[in-house]
Design a binder for this molecule. Structure first.
Ligand SMILES: [Zn+2]
Length: 171
């Protein structure tokens, strides 16, 4: 394996024979996880700020205007609060993704994160469907989870490959 520090090509060792650097396999899915992680942090931040602004402005609305709205105010508030909670979780998962994307040993943690992301997406779709607000835009709920999943699956495959090598007695 080529040393990331000095470029020495090492065979069958865990540490570089030239400089002693620990040889690690860079997870193949790291870019997927890192980019989606960063996007999650950005979107969560925007979602949290806009949700907070929306909630504070809702309390100041003219009652007559509120009557004219198609969606009841309580429903609007519930959805906004739910999306803010979801944004907090997405920010957390985004941070974990950025932190752990280079560490194959943390792939299982990231897999749990992916399951969480899909669970949130499905919950969000159920809530919007219940209130009759479902539209084709809801499909976008799953774009980032799928990209995150692709990265995690690539890493899982790399772990599988490593385990195969170990089973065959190759270091
Ligand atoms: Zn080296």
């Amino acid at each position: 394996m080529v040393c990331s520090k000095c470029g020495e090509n090492n065979e069958g060792t865990n540490f570089c024979i030239k400089c002693g650097e620990k040889l690690i396999i860079l997870p193949p899915g790291r870019m997927f996880i890192k980019v989606t992680g960063i996007l999650y942090i950005i979107f969560a931040f925007i979602g949290f700020i806009s949700g907070g602004m929306l909630l504070s402005s809702l309390n100041k609305l003219d009652p007559l205007f509120m009557y004219s709205m198609e969606i009841p105010l309580s429903v609007f508030k519930t959805i906004t609060i739910f999306s803010m909670i979801a944004a907090s979780l997405q920010a957390l998962i985004g941070i974990l993704g950025v932190k752990y994307c280079n560490d194959l040993e943390k792939t299982k943690v990231l897999l749990i994160c992916v399951i969480g992301l899909f669970a949130m997406g499905i919950t969000s779709i159920i809530i919007t469907a219940v209130y009759g607000l479902l539209s084709w835009v809801s499909i976008f709920e799953f774009v980032l989870p799928i990209l995150f999943l692709v990265g995690v699956l690539k890493n899982l495959k790399a772990i599988g490959g490593l385990n195969n090598l170990k089973a065959k007695g190759v270091n």
